[in-house]
Design a binder for this molecule. Structure first.
Ligand code: NAD
Length: 383
C-alpha cells in the first residue's frame, strides 16, 4: 500500500498530516510512505527526518499524487495554482483520501471526490467515543486552539495575568471568563490558571462543573432546573427561558472580566449567539474577547471571522485556524490521531477497508462514486 503526504497549500496552513514517528509506525505495518519535498518544514520537520524514518521524498506534487493509493492531508483538497489543477483531479481514481474535510462547508469538493470515485474519510466525523479517543482530531486540535486563545487574549490585554507584588505596589490578577467548557474551553481554563489569572467558566452541561473546579476555576451557574446534556454527553439546544437567564448571567460576568474566551457549540448547529453588542458596550475598555466559534458564525455578535477588530474599546479576536499557529505540536497530535485511524484498516494484518466498523463508517463521506454520509447527502440535495 502506497501512502502519500502532500505539502498543505491552503494559505496560513503550517501543519503537516504525518510526522516521522508515524512514518515509522506505518512502515512497520507494511505501508510505503512518500512525502512531498518540504511538506513538513513549517511544522519543524526536514526532508532528511522523513527519509531517516523510512519515507521517500518526492519533489513534485503531480508525481506524488500519481502514486497515491492512500492520501493523507490536513486541509480539504483545493485548487493547486502552482500545478494548475484541483488537488482532487491529481488523485488517481479509486484512491483513498483521509483529511479534515469539513464536508458540509465544502460541498463542491465532495462533488469532485464523488466524480473521481475517491473513497474519502473525514477526520472531523470521527465520533467522540472512548474507543475513538486516540483518533479524535477535533479534540487534539481544539486543545491547541484553547491554549493559543489564552495566549492571544493575554497578548492583546493591557493587564498582567498573575498577581504581582512589586515595589510599585500590588497588581491584581486579570479576570478571565470562559464560555463553554468542552475540550477547547477546559484547555483555555487550564492555561489561564497556569498564567495566574482568576478564572470563571460557564457551560450549559452541569456535568463539567467538577472538571472546571478541579482546574482551579469557579463554575458559574444559572438558577433553572434544566440541563442541556444528551444521554451521549453532548450539549443540546436550550429553551428560550434558559437562554434569557443565560444572557443575564453572561452580561454580568463579561462586564466583570478582562478577557472572555468563547467556545460554545452544539454539534451540527451554527454557533449560539451569546454575546450581544450591548454586552460588549458594557465591558471595560481594554478588555478582550477571543471567539473560538468564529468559523461557525461566532458566539459574539461583533466577531468578524478571520479578523481582529476593535469595538466599543474592546478587542475582538476571531482567528479561524489557531492549530495552524502551533504547527509543531498540532501536527504531532494530528499525525498520531490519523495514524491510529489508519491502523484500524490493518487490524487483520493486511489492508482491509472494514466499512462495517462503527468508527470507519462514521468517518466515511464518499465511496465508489456515491455520497455515503447522510447529512452531507441531504445538504447536497438541498442545493
Ligand atoms: P466541544 O463540543 O467540546 O465544547 C463546546 C462546549 O460548548 C460544550 O461543552 C457545550 O456544552 C458548550 N455549550 C453549548 N451551548 C452552550 C451555551 N449556550 N452556553 C454555554 N456553553 C454552551 O467543542 P470544542 O472541541 O471545545 O470546540 C469549541 C469551539 O472551538 C467550536 O466552535 C470549534 O469549532 C472551535 N474551534 C476553533 C478553532 C480555531 O482555530 N478558531 C480550532 C478548534 C476548534
Amino acid at each position: 500500500m502506497k501512502l502519500v503526504v502532500p505539502k498543505e497549500i491552503v494559505a496560513g496552513e503550517r501543519r503537516v498530516a504525518v510526522v516521522p514517528e508515524s512514518v515509522k509506525k506505518l512502515t512497520k505495518a507494511g505501508v510505503q510512505v512518500f512525502v512531498q519535498e518540504d511538506a513538513g518544514l513549517a511544522a519543524g520537520v526536514r526532508d532528511v527526518d522523513y527519509a531517516d524514518a523510512g519515507a521517500e521524498i518526492i519533489p513534485d506534487a503531480k508525481d506524488l499524487y500519481a502514486r497515491g493509493e492512500l492520501i493523507l492531508k490536513v486541509e480539504p483538497p483545493t485548487q493547486n495554482e502552482a500545478v494548475g489543477a484541483h488537488e482532487v483531479e491529481l488523485m488517481p481514481p479509486g484512491a483513498i483520501l483521509v483529511a479534515t474535510l469539513q464536508s458540509l462547508r465544502n460541498l463542491d469538493t465532495v462533488r469532485r471526490l464523488t466524480a473521481r470515485k475517491v473513497t474519502a474519510f473525514s477526520m472531523n466525523m470521527i465520533p467522540r467515543t472512548t474507543r475513538a479517543q486516540t483518533m479524535d482530531v477535533l479534540s487534539s486540535q481544539a486543545t491547541a486552539a484553547g491554549y493559543k486563545a489564552v495566549l492571544l487574549g493575554a497578548a492583546a490585554s493591557g493587564k498582567f495575568f498573575p498577581m504581582l507584588t512589586t515595589a510599585a505596589g500590588t497588581i491584581r490578577p486579570a479576570r478571565v471568563f470562559v464560555i463553554g467548557a468542552g475540550v477547547a474551553g477546559l484547555q483555555a481554563i487550564a492555561t489561564a490558571r497556569r498564567l495566574g489569572a482568576v478564572v470563571e467558566a460557564f457551560d450549559v452541561r452541569r456535568a463539567v462543573k467538577e472538571q472546571v473546579q478541579s482546574l482551579g476555576a469557579t463554575f458559574v451557574e444559572i438558577d433553572i432546573d434544566e440541563d442541556a446534556e444528551t444521554a451521549g454527553g453532548y450539549a443540546k439546544e436550550v429553551s428560550a427561558e434558559y437562554l434569557a437567564k443565560e444572557e443575564k448571567l453572561l452580561h454580568e460576568r463579561c462586564r466583570a472580566s478582562d478577557v472572555v474566551i468563547t467556545t460554545a457549540q452544539v454539534f451540527g448547529k451554527s454557533a449560539p449567539r451569546l454575546i450581544s453588542e450591548d454586552m460588549v458596550r458594557h465591558m471595560s475598555p481594554g478588555s478582550v474577547i477571543v471567539d473560538l466559534a468564529a468559523e461557525g458564525g461566532g458566539n459574539c455578535a461583533l466577531t468578524e471571522p478571520g479578523k481582529t477588530v476593535g469595538k466599543h474599546g474592546v478587542t475582538i479576536i476571531g482567528e479561524l485556524n489557531l492549530p495552524a499557529t502551533m504547527p509543531i505540536h498540532a501536527s504531532q497530535m494530528y499525525s498520531r490521531n490519523v495514524t491510529a485511524f489508519l491502523l484500524e484498516f490493518f487490524k487483520d494484518g493486511k489492508f482491509n477497508l472494514r466499512l462495517e466498523d462503527d468508527i470507519i463508517k462514521a468517518a466515511l463521506i464518499t465511496h465508489e462514486g456515491q455520497v455515503v454520509n447522510e447529512m452531507v447527502r441531504k445538504a447536497l440535495s438541498a442545493g
